[in-house]
Design a binder for this molecule. Structure first.
Ligand SMILES: C[S@@+](CC[C@H](N)C(=O)[O-])C[C@H]1O[C@@H](n2cnc3c(N)ncnc32)[C@H](O)[C@@H]1O
Length: 343
């Protein structure tokens, strides 16, 4: 059965928006004008989910439904609303976290941003919100984002068997670090681990869930990220092994106890190398040291910095691996160095 809600034309737009946000607009059929003896109406095509989502509207069966061609891309679905020049600037990618779509829309499309958000929601019926991204700022890694459609910016993102609750307008979540999050989930079994830049638990939650270290201490300086870290520890049921600390990791990281230290932060990470090495057991351990570095220096500068800090503390270094995580900006890589520190 094909269902529609018949509505006065002037109320059609409001209902169409409600149906998009509520996930019950049937995007396979056209919105149609009909004339009956009671007047002119719009027929908004809806799915069965409309019964649970709208009150006060009568859902009726539609005769002779007209179908739309399913748009295969965002550009195609916006073809009739945007000029050729505007279409050329339509974003080619976006990030989905839980039921939220995060998209970078160029300035030239400012007055088309809601149309773009609607088209995205129609492509992903399980999503409820679209936010526009303006990048990440400062030490706390706070995103600048604008809510375009929907009303909630908090979501639970599921990845690799873990839950990450977050407010996408308050904390970051890097899509480029996916492989590293998976890799961390395979390390640390039975060990004592310190995550110096824990965020909402990007690396240490997967490790806690899948490898079950003896103990993980996660230090986070941003109180908003820290609140989500605490919540994610509960959501993922790792309270028995996970100790969160709100503070500056250069002062708050426990000394002399860790087998492994995670340093998942970029920009000034090298300033934290000495506290990281001090966090390891006296006999030594493993560092996962992140750095953003010009491509030509990727194999030299990070390891030189680790060796310099270790030497100052009378320790030796064996470089185990240098991995490229992602391209950070033109000519600059985000790398992670695995290093063994020993006496
Ligand atoms: C960039 S995030 C981690 C992102 C992660 N790599 C990912 O996959 O998205 C790093 C976190 O370190 C925190 N941070 C920065 N400086 C810190 C410090 N001195 N002590 C503790 N946490 C710090 C930031 O607030 C942020 O939440």
């Amino acid at each position: 059965m094909y269902r529609v809600i018949r509505i006065a034309p002037e109320k059609g737009e409001e209902l169409r928006r409600k149906a998009i946000l509520g996930g019950f607009l049937d995007t396979t059929r056209k919105i149609r004008e009909v004339s009956t003896e009671k007047g002119n109406f719009l027929e908004i095509p809806v799915t069965e989910a409309a019964y649970d989502s709208v009150d006060g509207f009568r859902i009726i069966e539609q005769e002779n439904p007209e179908f739309l061609e399913k748009p295969s891309s965002l550009k195609k679905s916006l073809k009739s609303f945007l000029s050729e020049a505007e279409l050329a600037c339509v974003p080619a990618g976006w990030q989905i976290l839980g039921d939220i779509i995060i998209v970078d829309i160029p300035e030239i499309l400012e007055n088309k941003k809601i149309r773009i958000a609607e088209a995205l929601l129609l492509m992903y019926p399980k999503c409820r919100t679209v936010v526009r991204d303006f990048g990440i700022e400062g030490q706390f890694r706070q995103p600048k984002r604008e809510l375009l459609l929907g009303n909630g910016t908090e979501t639970v993102h599921k990845e690799h068997g873990c839950f990450f609750k977050q407010d996408v307008t308050k904390v970051m979540y890097s899509k480029g670090n996916l492989e590293e999050r998976k890799r961390m989930s395979m390390l640390g079994e039975g060990e004592v681990v310190a995550d110096m830049f824990a965020g909402i638990g990007y690396f240490s939650i997967p490790m806690a869930v899948h490898s079950r270290p003896k103990k993980i201490t996660g230090i986070e300086i941003n109180p908003e990220s820290f609140a989500y870290l605490e919540e994610n520890i509960r959501l993922n049921k790792v309270e028995d092994i996970f100790v969160p600390i709100c503070g500056d990791c250069s002062k708050a990281t426990p000394e002399g106890t860790a087998d492994r230290v995670l340093m998942g932060y970029v920009g000034t990470t090298h300033h934290y190398l000495e506290p990281a090495i001090k966090a390891l057991k006296k006999s030594g351990g493993i560092l996962h040291y992140h750095e953003t570095v010009p491509e030509s220096l990727a194999r030299s500068r990070p390891q030189e910095r680790i060796k310099k800090a270790a030497c100052k503390l009378g320790k030796k270094v064996e470089i185990l691996e240098i991995r490229r995580i992602k391209k950070y900006s033109p000519g600059v890589l985000h790398v992670v160095v695995d290093a063994r520190i020993f006496k």
